[in-house]
Design a protein around this ligand. Structure first.
Ligand SMILES: *[C@@H]1O[C@H](CO)[C@@H](O)[C@H](O)[C@H]1NC(C)=O
Ligand SMILES: *[C@@H]1O[C@H](CO)[C@@H](O)[C@H](O)[C@H]1NC(C)=O
Ligand SMILES: *[C@@H]1O[C@H](CO)[C@@H](O)[C@H](O)[C@H]1NC(C)=O
Length: 264
């Protein structure tokens, strides 16, 4: 090969192999649009890369949230969650969508491909949460078994609880406003998810039908330091643990693919 064409071949190889950009890094799910929401100024949830099970139980499980890094390797699952792979495998399957408000009872059934192509757009900042459809949970684990068997959940269990998955994909700026339930984990597969958390005794000020985006714009800026939530943005490969009954609201900063493991 002549030097010039060898260089060209090398360049082409590098362009294909470089992660973090274009279709390679985001799985074909587009990042945030022009009006993308920013990350927090300062993450106030601890990140731990080296946590033992004993430390998890003693320092976090019943006390405060924590972000776990490097616990599991879900790169195979991530590859299966690219836009092309999911559409090829599950495009014609019907998925159940929920409204993105605190007490969400309204459900809509739609083929997965229709959701991805028509509803998976950035959140309209003027819409209400109870008018916004969100794909998260209500998964049919029979139909999607070939995907979920490749997911490795966080290995730290809690006595007397059984893990249950909730899988979802949602547009930039979307999220669920403040709510609480039992303890669990949330892992980002593609994109970024910003979290806001309050302990059970500190009920936040929020409207259950407004979006997290509206809360961030209208309520958050006026909060005195003592009333601010714990907050952090997690990215692909990171897992956030939330203890029992902690209030939390989420905001997807990009088109995001995510999976929760609820410890019921
Ligand atoms: C959504 O919530 C608002 C405010 O709570 C309410 O006025 C409106 O009727 C609701 N929309 C639907 C479709 O239920
Ligand atoms: C929120 O919206 C639901 C239906 O979309 C409605 O039934 C409920 O009353 C609303 N809640 C408030 C506090 O406005
Ligand atoms: C899940 O999918 C299977 C196979 O298509 C179907 O028989 C079953 O009714 C579905 N379950 C629910 C809860 O929709």
């Amino acid at each position: 090969m002549a030097p010039a064409s060898r260089l060209l071949a090398l360049w082409a190889l590098a362009a294909v192999a470089l992660p973090g950009s274009g279709a390679e890094g985001d799985g074909g799910w587009r990042p945030g649009g022009p009006g993308a929401v920013a990350e927090e100024e300062r993450c106030t949830v601890e990140r731990r890369a080296d946590l033992t099970y004993a430390e998890f139980v003693q320092q976090y499980a019943f006390v405060r949230p924590v972000i776990l890094q490097g616990l599991t390797d879900n790169s195979r699952f991530r590859a299966l969650c690219s836009r092309d792979r999911l559409l090829a495998s599950f495009g014609d399957r019907v998925v159940r969508l929920s409204t993105a408000n605190t007490y969400s009872y309204h459900k809509v059934d739609l083929p997965f491909q229709e959701y991805v192509e028509q509803l998976l757009h950035p959140q309209d900042p003027t819409s209400l949460g109870n008018d916004t459809l969100y794909f998260f949970g209500d998964n049919n684990f029979t139909e999607w078994a070939s995907l979920f068997r490749h997911y490795s959940p966080p290995p730290f269990g809690l006595l007397g609880t059984a893990p249950a998955y909730s899988f979802g994909i949602a547009g930039a700026g979307s999220g669920v406003p403040f709510h609480w339930h039992g303890p669990g984990y949330s892992e980002v597969i593609y994109g970024r998810k910003r979290w806001f958390l309050y302990p059970p005794e500190k009920t936040p000020e929020f409207h259950p039908n407004k979006t997290t985006l509206a809360w961030l714009r209208d309520t958050y800026p006026a909060l005195p330091p003592s009333a601010r939530p714990l907050e952090c943005t997690i990215r692909a490969g990171e897992v956030l643990y939330f203890p029992d009954r902690w209030w939390h609201a989420t905001l997807n900063l990009d088109t995001s693919v995510f999976i929760s493991t609820f410890l019921g």
